[in-house]
Unconditional design. Structure first.
Length: 429
């Protein structure tokens, strides 16, 4: 029972990640008072201090959130080996918030107030309770994972996927965020899918996200099969049997990684074959063989979608640099790529401050300038704007990869070309 409760907690973690390309933006600094920039210009010999907050020991389990941290740390290590930023090394202060709001506030206080970091980088927090404090202190938080709604709520916070919302202290627009239907459009147009199953737990956040997925699929003209299982004692075999009987082309879910592996095992057991078992960027890792070891057929039907370049695309210069810099890591993951990109983003911002010195205010001005950022091609162009009304439609691109045992994650086309004009659907965070 306890294991299933914890697994259900991790189901909640993945919900917003699937729609993390939702919109948002920033407010002028004047809207948050006139607090001073406490990071004074330092001499060239002193290091540039940054902070990384990670829910490394959260109730969801170890390694669930460490990918962004590991990718960012590897980038800074490689950067320092090359001489740092204009001769100054980057000093990384890490803090594990334990996955709790109390722990997160403690990390924010330590890094922002005591260590006086110039910026936070590659945040991956289960409960980002300290977000308002980071924003009020005008500390740029660069390339964080939008596990919650903080990056669509506060100024000075710059999530890895960008934002178009007002960010006036309320999530999105009047408390609603928006997500597109590009993933569903892709599988319909490029793979000929027409029927999709959506699997969720009978748990509020899981069920709510499943409703959003169902709505998006129906907006794209799919016939939708809904399957809900008990989060304490899930009967995945019954869900898999119904998926097989109704002939689903695709399977989407609002469940955790553990549940996904069990669902795949059940699908193999009942002989359910689909065009794609679709997962998200959090599960885009090199551990697929181990995670799905008892489901070889379903494992080789796994597809992942996201907004960053596949870590297996070694023909790309930026990917090769990432691979070279992360050789010491035991596993690979797409979240590591995005952590690496976040660290690169901070570095480019800091280098823009050569004349006046690397301060919070200078780094924040670079981030708020509104220019699309790609981290050398690792990211789809990331934008921050302030739109008074949510867009009804948006042209959105996506990165798509399929797992093959013999080759790992194989990219399906180029992410800069897989683009669709799709409706934006509201949801409550």
């Amino acid at each position: 029972m306890r294991r299933r409760v914890r697994a259900a907690e991790s189901a909640v973690v993945g919900l917003l990640l699937l729609v993390a390309t939702a919109c948002g933006s920033r407010l002028p600094e004047s809207d948050f008072g006139d607090g001073p920039d406490r990071t004074a210009t330092r001499t060239a010999a002193e290091p540039i201090r940054v902070g990384i907050v990670t829910s490394a020991t959260s109730p969801v389990g170890g390694n669930a959130f460490t990918g962004p941290r590991d990718g960012a740390k590897a980038y800074f290590d490689a950067l320092n080996a090359r001489g740092g930023i204009d001769g100054r090394r980057v000093e990384v202060r890490r803090c594990d918030d334990g996955g709790s709001g109390v722990g997160n506030n403690e990390c924010v206080h330590r890094l922002v107030d005591e260590d006086e970091v110039v910026a936070l980088v590659a945040t991956a927090a289960l409960d980002y309770a300290g977000a308002s404090r980071v924003s009020h202190a005008r500390v740029p938080d660069i390339g964080g994972q939008p596990i919650g709604a903080a990056y669509d709520t506060y100024p000075h916070l710059y999530g890895i996927y960008g934002s178009l919302a007002p960010r006036d202290g309320k999530p999105g627009w009047d408390g609603e965020l928006y997500g597109g239907t590009e993933t569903y459009r892709y599988f319909k147009r490029e793979r000929g899918a027409r029927t999709a199953a959506v699997v969720s737990y009978n748990q509020s956040a899981s069920a709510a996200y499943a409703r959003l997925v169902t709505r998006g699929l129906r907006a794209e003209g799919y016939e939708v099969i809904t399957e809900q299982v008990d989060f304490a004692l899930p009967n995945f075999r019954a869900a898999a049997a119904d998926i097989e009987e109704q002939g689903a082309d695709l399977v989407f879910d609002a469940i955790d990684s553990y549940g996904n592996a069990r669902l795949c095992e059940a699908m193999d057991d009942v002989g359910a074959e689909v065009l794609a078992k679709v997962t998200n960027v959090q599960n885009w890792t090199s551990t697929v063989r181990e995670d799905y070891k008892d489901a070889p057929r379903c494992r080789n039907a796994l597809w992942a979608t996201g907004a960053s370049r596949n870590y297996e695309d070694t023909g790309h210069d930026a990917v090769r640099e990432f691979r070279d810099g992360t050789k010491a890591l035991k596993t690979r993951s797409q979240w590591q790529v995005e952590g690496w990109a976040a660290a690169m983003w901070f570095t480019d911002a800091a280098r823009s401050c050569a004349e006046e010195g690397v301060t919070r205010a200078c780094v924040d001005r670079f981030m708020a300038a509104g220019k699309p950022y790609t981290a050398g091609g690792l990211l789809l162009p990331v934008r921050f704007e302030q739109l008074p009304e949510p867009p009804r439609t948006r042209r959105t691109c996506l990165s798509v990869a399929r797992w093959e045992d013999a080759r790992g994650w194989v990219s399906q086309g180029d992410m800069n070309s897989e683009c669709y004009d799709v409706p934006q659907l509201p949801y409550k965070p």
